[in-house]
Design a protein around this ligand. Sequence first.
Ligand SMILES: [Zn+2]
Length: 345
Amino acid sequence: MNIQGTWFDGYQSKPQPAQLTFNPDGLRLSLPDRQLDFLYAALTVSEQYRNGHYQIQVRNPPFADGTIECELAPDQQQYILAQGAKSSTRWAAWHHPNTLITSLIALVLVIVVAVKWLLPGLAMAAAPFIPQSFADGIGEAAYEYLYQSEVQPAQLLSEKTKRMIEANFDELSRESQEPARLEIVSLQASNSIGPNALALPNRTILLTEELVEQLDGDLDAVNAVLAHELGHLAYYHSMQALFSYMGLSAMSAVLFGDVSGAVTYLPALAMQMDYSRTAEAEADRFARDLLCAMGKDPTKGALVFNALGEQEAGLLSSHPGSRERSEFFEGGCVNAGYSHRAANF
Ligand SMILES: [Zn+2]
C-alpha cells in the first residue's frame, strides 16, 4: 500500500515530498534523497483535519523526529492503528463543551501573557545572543526585498551633501561604538515606505533622500535620524521584533494547528504596536544622549516629527506618538545621560 504525503523533518521548514509504504513490519518513507523506516509504535496519527488530511507524528529519536501530512482512507488509518500506531485523543477532547470553554479561557490568558510580556521579554533577552551571521542573512534578505520594490540607488542629493551625511554618520557610528554601514537611497515610484530611514539586522542603515529633502537638508535633523537608527541597532530592535513575530507564529501553529490564526493575530498585532512604541522611545533616548555626548544639538530631532507630522505614511507609520517624541527632542540635553551600550532599560 503506497500513498503520497509530505514530510516535515523538524529541522528545516521546507516540506519534502514523500512516498509512504505501509509494510507489515513498519512504515517506509521514501524521500527524494533517502529512505527512512519507522516501527508503527513510533507513530501517532491525528484525527482528520478539516481539509481531509491527517498528520502522522514520528517520534523515533535519535534517528528521526518529524511529521508526515497525508490523506488516509478509513481502511488505511485502521490498518496503521491495528499495527500498533497510537491515535491522538487530544483533538477529541476539544469537542466536549466544558473542556472547550475552560480551554478557551486558558488560551486567551496564555496568549495575553505571552504576547504582552513573555515574547517581548524573551525576544529582548535572546536578541543580543543571536550570531551576527544569522542576523546578516535576515538583513540581506530584507535589503534585497527593499531594492526590488521600495528603493533604488540615490539620485536626488548632490555628491557634496551625501558626503557630508556620510561623514557625520561615520562619526556617530564611531562614537557610539555601533559599527554600521550607511546607504543613501532613493524611493521607487511605487514604494510603500515613504520618506524613511531603516536599520536592518545586517547593520545596514538605509536613509531615503526623500526624508533628507523633507527635512530641507538640515544636517542636524538628519543626524538625529541616523543616531536614532543606531539606537535601534544598539538595542537589537529588529531582531526583537522578528523574534516576537516568530514566537507568535509558532504559538499560533501550536495552539491552533491548521485553524486560521487571524483571530489571535489581531489583538497580538495591536499589542505589538505598544511594544514598538517602547522601542522607538529607547532609540530616541539613545539618539539624544549620543548627540549630547558629542556636543551636537539634539533639538533639531523635533523637525523630523514636525516635518512629517501630517503624513499618514512614512516615518510615522512605524514611529508612533509624534507629538511626545518631538517634545522629547525639543527638551535638548537636559536629563541626558549617555552609556555606550543599551544599559538602561
Ligand atoms: Zn525608529
